[in-house]
Every structure is written in structure tokens, then in C-alpha cells.
Design a protein. Structure first.
Length: 679
């Protein structure tokens, strides 16, 4: 064999370097049935003397040792390829090697001489469709059209298809932003002539992506035409306003009515500080989740998808915890409605009529049964953005409640109790029970991933605006209600500020109805993430493994393409219609049944809510980001340490809330005056 033919010989003009002590892997080749396997031989040498001896035998003249090439593999008789593959999955977990491979591939984007077309050509050559789809999206949606030179390189047919996609995207952008009513043929031409450019979405804004995209991977599979269609089909359509509204509605619930009591337990200054602190911690957790979402498959981010990249074996358990929390909160909303409606009816009848309300109207069970007529169509909606209109109504209810608290402070109503002491700083034992109210009042992480997936431009800057606006508006609402409510009643304030006002006024009676509206339209925002999590729990795990594998550059084929289209991971709710219907029906029917027959689940929900809220708001965001960036040499060390600190803080809150709930079980008479309302 000549020098140039020998695999271990140096290339002419070059000398061989020294082998790295840790990162030079020699492989072993097996043939099982008709399948060739080539894997690092470390485990086989370490655990088997037979393999260790075999692999150290010197090669004969022109003949390689068995197991060192595909031409001379070790043939394993009597073993199926399926069983052998299962063994290899244990010895060589795919998530580790695929993630490492993707990080190596991704390093190429740092080279400035690699343009969009060059990346597309590399993606085709090495089957890295994470680059392929993003490359197509870049060419279709950048400001200037594809040049003849670029068309020649990528192929005229592909260039023509991208031109069609570009034309359609420009028309959709015009219709979305300007409300124009153009027919499809003339509209794209007019849009091109009048505006000349099309806005670049989130997939082109994030500099961490090979194409400046807000993600590091995308699902694999299929030919280039299908990739072009998929790259544009999964783009979001939600606006900033709808995203902020849905996230704010997820955050703000009836728990805000307890904030005056929380302030009374510590005083005005500590009360305002703890509220700001809780909001700041919530913003940091959501920010970390948004960074993690950008690393998940394109428009398919979720707790499950991120967990597959960080803690794959625990992914299902994470989703189970989130599903249980959301399901429990949804039940609590129905129980709240059942308890409030008789009082609302009685107050409205008292203020508007001299007659007595009918008996059926004073039954909470009847009211939740009637309200299900409104809720059922809402909970079956697939996209979170479809709930924006109900979120608008719910936020108007919040605004009305804020107006009540401010108005009554300046114009007290007749029959109100006398105001107690008002102090700037005054810690009481009840602070221990009211502090969790503020901590969990900002829980909304369960809906961050759907918002990221559906937001039209989900660049990091835009996501920061969504998170900041939602948390900021919630913090302002909580602070206003806490301060004015506390100043109105002082130390005598109760756990529900609206209940402190005499219901003899129509102004207050409508406020009680506003609470019902707020809780009513918050219900679908809990069912949506619950259904998505159950989808993953009852989903075949192999499909998700394929998704993650394809996201980092492995696997292809039309069959996987079909799965990709029909099995979106929390992005557009593209689970099968039957599964979507069955899961939604199961959540609604079981939740309604429990709420119908049970009047108080406060103790159970306090355990589920506190532990679940702590997990998704603090522990998982911190652990996810820390794990994703731990091996990244270019990571932000301050941010990584902050993420780890957030996870530790979440663990402390978890232990505290669990211990406090157990204490309430043992000493119910000595428990705090308020219970946190979890979202």
C-alpha cells in the first residue's frame, strides 16, 4: 500500500499531529444482521478482555484486524439489530453525542466568509437541515431578491420556489400590518412596488444563529421543496399586543386581591420591595426560558423540547408536574366562580331590583354549568393567540378593579369598617404566609413557550419587550392595589380587598362580577398548557427522540417529514384532531366534575400549586439555561451563575412552601390568614 493510500499516512506536504489525550476516539465496527454499526470502542475494550485483546492485535500485511473497517467488521450472530441498537443507546446516549456534533457544526457560523448560499450548500452536503431551512427562510425574506449567481448555485427550480414564497410573504405582511384588502395576484406586485422590502422576522434577528436566526436548530427531513414550505409555514402570526395580553392575563388573577393583606403584614416599604423583588425574579426566569426557547427546534419550543436537550430522562416528569399544576389551577378557577356567583347575583338583585333572586340563580353549580357553554369553545382553540380577545376582556376587568380600589380610597363608601394602623415598616407573623402570595403571583412560565412560538417576530429583543411589558403591568397593578387597599383599611384589611367593600353599591357589585369575568377567561389559559403537556406524556417517546436528533443534524426521509408536519411540539397545536379532542375533553370533564361536587380543594391545590409554580418559574429556567451553557466556552459566566442562583432560590422556596403547607396540615388553627393563589 502506498503512502497516499494508507489511512494512517500523512497527506503529502503535511505531517501528522499528536493525538489529543481526551478527544481522539478509535472505533469498532460490527455487523448485526444486515446493519453496520461503527461506534467508539472504549466501552468494549474496558469491559471485555476478548475485545481488548482482539483490538490490540497487530494487522497483517494488507489485512486489517477484524472490527476496524466496514470491509472487515465483527459479525455478531444470533443477535437482532434492534436489540443491539438498544444496547448502544445505553452505552452511547444519543443526546450527548448529537449535541456535541451540533456544537461543532455550529462553530462554522463564526467564519465570516461563509455566506447564506455557502451554508445552504454545506447543509445539503452534510444533511444539516437546521441550516437548510434557515437558509431558505433567509433568501426568501431578506430585503434584496435572489441574484442570478445565487440561483445558479442553489438551482433554478429552488430559486423559483423561493421567489414564490417571498412574494406570498410580502403580501401577508402587507395585509397583516396595513389591513389592506388586495387580491392575491395584484397584491404581491403592489406590495413589491410600493414598499420594496419585507420585514425580517425573529429567525433573522438573533446573531447566535448561523443565519442570524433566533434558534440554533430546526427539524430535519425531506427534500428542499418541502423544507422551503415548512420554513415558512411555521412562522408565527401573533402580535406584540396579543402576546403581552395573553401573558399578562396568565399572570394577573384573583390573587391580586390579597396584596393589601401582604402589605399589611410587613408595612408599605417592605411590601412594595417584596413585590418588586418577586417581579424581578419572575422576569429573570422568563428571560432565561426565552433564551432556552431560541435553542429549541424552530417554532417548537416547550419545556419538553428543552428538557430533551438538557435532562432528557426527566422530560416526561417535568411535563407531568406542569400538567398537574395547570389542571389544579383550572379546577380552582371553577370553584372560585362557583363560590362568587351567588354573591354577585344577590348584590346585583339588591342594587337593581327589590325582588328576591330565584333559587336557581343562587346555586354556584348552576352557574359553572352555564359558563361551560362559553368555556368549551374557547378551550378547544388550538393556538394561544386565539384567546387574545378574551384576554382583552379579562384585563379590562382588572382595570375596573383597580379603579374601584383607587376611587374608594378617595371617596369612602358608607358602611365601611374603620381604618386600622398604617405603618411604613411593620413585620408581623403573618408575613410568612403572605410572602408566597407575592412570589407566585407572577407565575406564567407555562405559557411562555407557546407565546414564543406564535409571536410573529420572536427575536430576543421582542421577547424581552413582551416579558417586560407583561410583568411590568402586573407589578404596577399589584402595587397600586396593595398601596391603596392598605391605605384604605390599614391593619384591618382582609384577604379579599373587594369583599371588604359594602356590596350595597352597584359600583362594587359590578366589581365582584369583574372578578368572575377575570377568572372565567383565565381558565382556557390553564387548559392550553395542560393539554400540551399531556400530549407529551401520552406521546410515543421515540418520536420526540427523532425530533431532537433531527434538530441537531441527524436523520432524514419522507416518513419523518410527515411526522414533523403532524406532530408539532407546542408550536401550533398540530396534534391529531382526535387526540386534541380527547385530551381537551378529558381535562374539561374531569375538572368540571371535581369543581361541581367539591367546594374546597385549598389544601391539595396549595401543595400542587406551590411546588409546581416553584418548579416552572425558578428551578427549571435556572437549570435549563445552566445546563445548556455549561459546556459553552463563550457563555456569559454572570448569566450562568445567575441561572444557577435562580435554581437554588427556587429550591429554597420549594422547601419552604412544602414545609409551610405541612405545618398548616398539622396546626390548621395556627395557619396564616391567607393562601397563595397560584397561576
Amino acid at each position: 500500500m502506498s503512502q497516499t493510500d494508507h489511512p494512517d499516512s500523512p497527506v503529502q506536504g503535511h505531517t501528522l499531529g499528536s493525538r489529543d489525550q481526551n478527544y481522539y476516539f478509535e472505533t469498532i465496527t460490527f455487523k448485526v444482521e444486515d446493519t453496520i454499526f461503527n461506534v467508539p470502542r472504549y466501552h468494549f475494550e474496558r469491559t471485555s478482555e476478548i475485545f481488548a485483546t482482539m483490538l490490540t492485535l497487530p494487522s497483517g500485511d494488507g489485512v486489517q484486524t477484524e472490527g476496524q473497517s466496514e470491509q472487515n467488521p465483527i459479525v455478531l450472530e444470533g443477535i437482532s439489530s434492534v436489540d443491539f441498537r438498544a444496547l448502544l443507546k445505553v452505552l452511547y446516549p444519543l443526546g450527548i453525542f448529537l449535541s456535541a456534533r451540533w456544537l461543532a457544526i455550529e462553530e462554522l457560523h463564526k467564519h465570516a466568509d461563509l455566506g447564506v448560499v455557502e451554508r445552504i450548500l454545506l447543509a445539503r452536503q452534510y444533511d444539516v437541515e437546521g441550516w437548510l431551512e434557515l437558509g431558505y427562510a433567509t433568501l426568501a425574506r431578506r430585503e434584496h431578491a435572489i441574484t442570478p449567481e445565487e440561483a445558479k448555485k442553489i438551482g433554478w427550480e429552488t430559486a423559483f420556489l423561493l421567489g414564490q414564497v417571498r412574494e406570498g410573504a410580502m403580501l401577508r405582511w402587507k395585509l397583516s400590518y396595513y389591513g389592506a384588502d388586495l387580491d392575491e395576484d395584484d397584491g404581491s406586485i403592489e406590495m413589491s412596488q410600493k414598499y420594496g422590502t419585507t420585514p425580517v422576522s425573529a429567525t433573522l434577528d438573533d446573531p447566535t444563529s448561523p443565519f442570524g436566526a433566533g434558534e440554533n436548530s430546526a427539524l430535519l427531513g425531506g427534500n428542499r421543496d418541502t423544507a422551503v414550505k415548512r420554513a415558512t409555514k411555521r412562522e408565527g402570526k401573533a402580535t406584540m399586543v396579543s402576546s403581552v395580553s395573553n401573558l399578562a392575563n396568565t399572570i394577573i388573577g384573583s390573587g391580586m386581591l390579597t396584596f393589601p393583606l401582604a402589605m399589611a403584614s410587613a408595612g408599605i416599604i417592605p411590601g412594595m420591595f417584596t413585590c418588586l423583588f418577586s417581579g424581578s425574579v419572575a422576569i429573570f426566569g422568563l428571560y432565561l426560558l426565552s433564551l432556552c426557547a431560541a435553542r429549541a427546534p424552530h417554532r417548537r419550543s416547550s419545556f419538553f423540547a428543552v428538557a430533551q436537550m438538557t435532562f432528557p430522562r426527566a422530560a416526561v416528569f417535568f411535563d407531568a408536574a406542569i400538567a398537574a399544576k395547570c389542571f389544579g389551577v383550572s379546577i380552582s378557577y371553577l370553584i372560585i366562580i362557583k363560590g362568587l356567583m351567588p354573591n354577585v347575583v344577590a348584590a346585583l338583585y339588591h342594587d337593581l331590583s327589590s325582588s328576591t333572586p330565584p333559587a336557581w340563580a343562587l346555586s354556584g353549580r348552576n352557574w359553572i354549568s352555564l359558563f361551560m357553554i362559553i368555556l368549551v369553545p374557547l378551550v378547544f382553540l388550538r393556538k394561544l393567540d386565539s384567546l387574545r380577545h378574551t384576554s382583552y376582556v379579562a384585563l379590562f376587568s382588572v382595570a375596573y378593579l383597580v379603579i374601584i380600589v383607587i376611587t374608594v380610597y378617595f371617596n369612602p363608601l358608607e358602611g365601611m369598617p374603620e381604618r386600622g394602623e398604617v405603618r411604613l415598616i411593620h413585620f408581623t407573623p403573618s408575613f410568612v404566609s403572605t410572602f408566597p402570595v407575592q412570589v407566585f403571583a407572577f407565575t406564567c412560565a407555562q405559557n411562555l413557550f407557546p407565546i414564543f412560538n406564535e409571536l410573529r417576530d420572536n427575536s430576543q429583543r421582542r421577547m424581552n419587550m413582551v416579558i417586560g411589558s407583561a410583568i411590568g403591568s402586573a407589578t404596577l397593578t399589584y402595587e397600586v392595589i396593595a398601596v391603596f387597599g392598605y391605605l384604605t383599611f390599614g391593619s384591618t384589611v382582609g384577604a379579599n380587598i373587594i369583599a371588604m367593600y359594602p356590596s350595597t353599591s352597584l359600583f362594587i357589585a359590578v366589581g365582584q362580577a369583574a372578578i368572575v369575568v377575570l377568572v372565567l377567561f383565565s381558565y382556557p389559559l390553564q387548559v392550553h398548557p395542560c393539554r400540551n403537556c399531556l400530549d407529551k406524556i401520552f406521546h410515543a417517546g421515540e418520536v420526540e427522540v427523532k425530533h431532537v436528533a433531527r434538530a441537531v443534524g441527524e436523520g432524514d426521509g419522507e416518513e419523518e417529514e410527515d411526522e414533523d408536519e403532524s406532530d408539532a411540539d407546542h408550536a401550533h397545536g398540530e396534534m391529531s384532531p382526535l387526540k386534541h379532542t380527547l385530551l381537551t375533553a378529558a381535562i374539561v370533564i374531569s375538572g368540571f366534575t371535581i369543581a361541581y361536587f367539591v367546594n374546597d380543594l385549598q389544601l391539595v391545590l396549595s401543595f400542587v400549586g406551590s411546588t409546581g409554580s416553584t418548579t416552572i418559574s425558578f428551578i427549571l429556567p435556572g437549570l435549563f439555561y445552566w445546563q445548556l451553557t455549561r459546556a459553552d466556552r463563550n457563555r456569559n459566566n454572570v448569566l450562568s451563575l445567575g441561572a444557577l442562583a435562580l435554581a437554588i432560590y427556587g429550591g429554597c422556596v420549594f422547601v419552604f412552601c412544602l414545609a409551610f403547607n405541612i405545618y398548616q396540615v398539622i396546626y390548621p388553627a395556627e395557619s396564616g390568614p391567607a393562601h397563595a393563589h397560584f397561576h
